[in-house]
Ligand binder design. Sequence first.
Ligand SMILES: Cc1cc2nc3c(=O)[nH]c(=O)nc-3n(C[C@H](O)[C@H](O)[C@H](O)COP(=O)(O)OP(=O)(O)OC[C@H]3O[C@@H](n4cnc5c(N)ncnc54)[C@H](O)[C@@H]3O)c2cc1C
Ligand code: SF4
Length: 298
Amino acid sequence: MNVTEYYKGHSKVEAYRRQGSSGGVATTILVDLLRRRKVDYVVVASLGNDNRSEMVITDRIEDVEDAAGSRYTLFRQGDILKRIRAKEGRYAVVAVGCFASAIRKLQEQDPVWKERIPYIIGLYCGNMLRPEADEAAARALGARWKDIVRIAYREGEGEGDFVVETRDRTVRHMPKARWNHLIPFFILEKCVPCRDLFNETADISLGDLVPGWNVVRVNTDVGRSLVSIPDLHLERISEAQALAVHEHALRTKELLRTSLVMRFLRSGAGRFSYRFLPKGPLMGYAERKRRRMRRVIQ
Ligand SMILES: Cc1cc2nc3c(=O)[nH]c(=O)nc-3n(C[C@H](O)[C@H](O)[C@H](O)COP(=O)(O)OP(=O)(O)OC[C@H]3O[C@@H](n4cnc5c(N)ncnc54)[C@H](O)[C@@H]3O)c2cc1C
Ligand code: SF4
């Protein structure tokens, strides 16, 4: 049955909260499902050998812990659905909105998908970038692509930094607020008109609140069971409170869709030069003064 309830919260497991993009709620739920044998496998996003993100199936808690954090560039879904279909078992899948609704469509057509995927853990999703965005950000940090051994998108305190580590163990950081300026250049075309920021077809949807905290949107009864676990700290909030947090994301989308300047940048006509990445935060978490400035610019 469908429900809509909003919470703010975080994992009570300090390591998951610290490593998670927001409050580590996704990792906590996935680990709980595996521990209690509610599922045989989970599907998470991980970094492949060539530094491209990809979806992986695993039954190991360590893999789920290693896969914590958001991956904002296009990832290979490959034959993941075929592999789920071919291998019996119950799966929990982490999905952005378009992937969650694709799974729901399959479930409407063929009941085997309902048995295979009883849990969809959704992520709020404002946009996803072409993989070249990673290369541009790495170049801006002075790292050569072929030397990179690790990429993380939200590492460290607060909102977290985009991080690349090279073979010589040098770790370079770019604040997320600066990385956000890649969005108009590299956003996937399909993301511009997409309005499913809140991932409404998943069982639960998880987004950012303030550093260390998630917004949790419960969309189904199944979703309610997912969040009713002792390892989560949750406080009920109103819909208005939850929506206010993401007002800027909705406005950014509108801007990307309607502004001629943004269209020019997306078209490739405004060729990307990382030298022009502004230093200050215009998108993302920001203090009050910055938020006013962002509005004026928008
Ligand atoms: C492309 C993208 C865009 C987003 N946009 C917004 C936004 O505009 N506003 C907002 O509030 N929140 C957004 N989020 C969600 C936010 O970044 C966090 O992922 C979410 O709050 C969950 O945090 P957590 O600490 O609970 O998750 P964690 O405990 O860090 O776990 C995250 C889980 O998601 C998996 N994962 C990471 N990337 C992907 C991916 N691309 N596809 C599928 N699974 C993935 C990881 O493997 C991990 O299992 C976005 C996430 C993504 C991936
Ligand atoms: S913005 Fe929409 S279309 Fe783009 S990845 Fe997210 S859910 Fe999919």
